[in-house]
Structures are given as C-alpha cells and as structure tokens.
Design a protein around this ligand. Structure first.
Ligand SMILES: NC(=O)c1ccc[n+]([C@@H]2O[C@H](COP(=O)([O-])OP(=O)(O)OC[C@H]3O[C@@H](n4cnc5c(N)ncnc54)[C@H](O)[C@@H]3O)[C@@H](O)[C@H]2O)c1
Length: 422
C-alpha cells in the first residue's frame, strides 16, 4: 500500500512527462545505476526516507532507489519547491510521498514525521531538518540502530551536522554528500550559477548594464557572479572571508561591504548559508534603490530579512507568480522573489537535470555503500569515499562519450613517491 498526501493526484500524467524529460538527461542515475540496481537489488529490504526538493530529478532518484529494491518515502525540503505534478506521478509509481507546494511550517514537519513513522534505515536530507527531527522526536530510531546511516545533500545541512558532531550530539553515521567533488563543483556552482535566470523569470529584466550584487563567493555564488557577468551585468561581490574576497577581486569583480551597495544595486542575489546578509534594520531598508530586485538562492529564507521587510512595508502586492512588490514607507518599491526562499527552485525548476545526475548518482551509490558497510559505520561525519566520487565522474564522462588518460604505473609511483627529484 502506498502512503501519501499530495496536492492533486490528477496531475500525475503531467508529472510523468516531467520525469521522462529529466530521465533522458540523467544517464548516470536513471540509466546506468538504475539498470544495475534493477538486476542486483542492492537495497532490498531497506527503507529510505528522503527530505528533498521534490522535483523531476529527485523523482528519478526515488525511482532508482526503488529499482534497487528499497521502499522509498519522500517529503519536501522546502515549503515552496515541491512540484505537485511530480509528487502525484511518483505516488502512482508506488513511492510514498508527503509533499505539496506551499505547505505551512506545521505541515512541513508533519510530512517529515510521516516519513520517520515508516522507520527508515537510511535518511537522505537536504538542509538537515529530517535528521534533526529524528534526533529530537524519534530517538529510538537513532539509538536502536534502525537508522543505519544518513546522507546530506546541501552545504547548510552539512554545516549543521558538523556543528552537531562538534558538540557530540550527532548520533548517526553521516555522509556529507554535498562535499563530494562531483556534487558541489557542479550542482552548486553550475546549477545555482544558472539559477540567476530565476531572477529574470521573476521580473523579466535585462541583466546587461545592471548593477548586480552577489552576496558570497563560495561554490554557488562564484557561479552566479560568472553568469551575471556573462549576461553583461556590472557585478559587485560581498564576502566575509578574506581569501574568498581576494579570489573575487582577482577574478575582476568589485568587492565591497553589502551596506555600501544598497543605494546602487539593481539586483541583490544571496547564496551564503548565513542569516541577515542584508541587515534587518529600517535605516538599511530605507537605503535600498527604488525598483531593486531581491532574490535568495541559499537554503533558508533568512539571508534576506524577509520577515522584517514584510513588517516594514506599507503595502505588499503579489505582481507575478511568486514575486511581490513591497511598497516601502519612503515610497520606494522593492521586488522580492519567492518570499526570500530558494528562487531557482520556486520561480524556475531548480537545477538542470544534467547536474543533478551527478548529485543523485552519488546519493544512489552512497545508499548502496551504506548497506554494504552497515556493520562498520560509526556515528559521526564520514566523508564520501573518493572511489565513489571518481566512479560518478567516470560514469558521467562515459555517458558523454569523453575519454581521459590513465596513469601509467610509473606515473602513479612518481606522483605518490618522494625519491625522484632534481
Ligand atoms: N539554490 C540551490 O539550489 C542551492 C544549491 C546548493 C546549495 N545551496 C545553498 O546555498 C548556500 C551556499 O552554499 P555554498 O555551497 O555556495 O556554500 P559555500 O560555503 O561554498 O559558500 C558560502 C560563501 O558565503 C560567504 N559568506 C558567509 N556569510 C556571508 C555574509 N554574511 N556575507 C557575504 N558572504 C558570506 C562564505 O564566506 C562563503 O564563501 C547554502 O545555504 C547552500 O545550502 C542552494
């Protein structure tokens, strides 16, 4: 029996079309790994719960895990990122889905609890909310070994788990899949980078000639800065890390504190994982340029002080799908994308399937790795094995028809040795 709560089951056909489109662009996850999983059933008898953005790409991850023999539960990792047609289609395919677009905070956690009620053995999180809830509300799953291990998909989640581990309160083996090379160098940089297109979708603006502020110069934001510059914008970067700031300077960007950008910025896009990147102060809100577009691509809706902006605005008017016009007391207008939530997922469809192919290829192989190694995993952070990271890289290259060189034995010994020098 399939357990579920979705917005509208009649959207299933449309969802299947979306899943099909993604499947054809995900040869690693949806073809090579899935076909092997179908034959070998490495996940037989395992229950996997994913708290992930329910998109057509995540749907294909769920299908692959199911092909491997797992019973799969899925809930959304953000109240506005669920694609309702995909949820409906997955239910028809026997995946247990508790996700709909626009759920409240209370409903969000209800969905997580429904997945945890299934007593999952592997949790795949995006932002840490499911695994933290398991620690707080389902301690028996954590303590009696029901949960074998967990996987985390995004930087913000990994940071939360590293903080838990440091405090000694992380009670499960946790693989920070986000930190694998085949994940954050492509998904974060290319996917989120291209996510600036969400700002265009939202407001239909020309980037050329605009002053675009990119907050942060990490994995996501380097990609965003590059794309904004490619579209002809004058890009200003803000940072708190001196090395990252220097990298931005030497890449040719203007770097300054965010406060110094407010009167000139036409668009501010954040992706830092930090809170209050624009400080929540009235005198700062008053400085924002008339007509400015504010968008966030970081995990939580706290980078732009959305709550304080709503409180200060005289009037809030929805003007396009997922875009609001905030009329400020000084008469200026501020355009807020996606209520300050992940603009690329809310206004657009999230990352292109091609990059999610690598992220979810890793998640699939890591689920298999966890089952194979279940007797040897200890609570704490365990890095994704390099062989699995490399395997996904090789599979992706192969799917693209690209070959690379093999190290000869002599070369291998040279780069791993110390004796040969001048
Ligand atoms: N939108 C998406 O689809 C998507 C995809 C991947 C990651 N993310 C999220 O994006 C965020 C960033 O992820 P990342 O992988 O780029 O992280 P990262 O750690 O590589 O980069 C973050 C950068 O922001 C800088 N920073 C921190 N606080 C700042 C502040 N107050 N002002 C300016 N700069 C600041 C840091 O110094 C760092 O260089 C996280 O919340 C992550 O979960 C979103």
């Amino acid at each position: 029996m399939v357990n579920y709560k979705v917005a509208d089951e009649s959207l299933a056909e449309k969802g299947k079309e979306a899943l099909y489109i993604a499947e054809n662009k995900m040869p690693v996850t949806a073809k090579v790994i899935r076909e092997r999983f179908e034959k070998e059933k490495p996940l037989q008898g395992i229950i996997i719960a994913g708290c992930l953005h329910v998109t057509k790409e995540t749907g294909n991850l769920a299908r692959t895990l199911k092909a491997g023999g797992a019973e799969v539960y899925l809930c959304g990792s953000n109240p506005l990122s669920t694609q309702d047609d995909v949820s409906a289609a997955l239910v028809e395919e026997g995946i247990n889905v508790f996700a709909w677009h626009g759920n409240t905070d209370e409903e969000f956690y209800w969905c997580i609890r429904q997945c945890l009620n299934a007593k999952p053995n592997i949790l795949i999180d995006d932002g840490a909310d499911m695994i933290v809830t398991a620690h707080k509300e389902f301690p028996e799953l954590v303590e009696n070994g029901t949960i074998i291990a967990c996987q985390e998909e995004t930087t913000t989640g990994v940071k939360r788990f590293r903080a838990m581990a440091k405090k000694g309160v992380l009670k499960v083996p946790l693989f920070p899949v986000n930190d694998a090379r085949c994940k954050n160098q492509f998904d974060n940089e290319l996917g989120t980078g291209q996510g600036i297109v969400a700002a265009i979708y939202g407001m239909h603006v020309l980037f050329a000639g605009k002053k675009v502020v990119i907050a942060g110069y990490g994995h996501c934001s380097t990609g965003m800065a590059l794309r904004a510059r490619g579209l002809g914008a004058n890009v200003i970067v803000t940072e708190v890390d001196p090395t990252k700031a220097l990298q931005a300077v030497f890449a040719g960007y203007t770097v300054k504190p965010i406060i110094d950008t407010l009167e000139e910025a036409d668009i501010i896009l954040t992706a830092t994982g930090c809170k209050h990147v624009i400080p929540p102060k009235i005198e700062i809100f008053d400085k924002l340029k008339d007509g400015i577009i504010l968008g966030n691509l970081g995990h939580f809706d706290i980078e732009i002080p959305t709550k304080e902006l709503y409180e200060y605005a005289k009037e809030i008017k929805p003007i396009r799908s997922n875009v609001e016009e905030l009329l400020m007391p000084n008469g200026k207008k501020v355009y807020l994308l996606a209520k300050g939530r992940l603009a690329n997922l809310v206004l657009s469809e999230g990352h292109p399937s091609e990059v999610m192919d690598m992220s979810f290829g890793l998640q699939s192989l890591m689920s298999e790795f966890i089952v194979q190694n279940k007797d040897n995993l200890k609570p704490g952070i365990i890095e994704v094995p390099k062989e699995i990271d490399d395997k996904v890289g090789f599979l992706k290259l192969k799917s693209m028809g690209i070959r690379i060189d093999d190290l000869t034995k002599e070369q291998y010994n040279y780069i791993h040795g110390y004796e040969e020098g001048t």
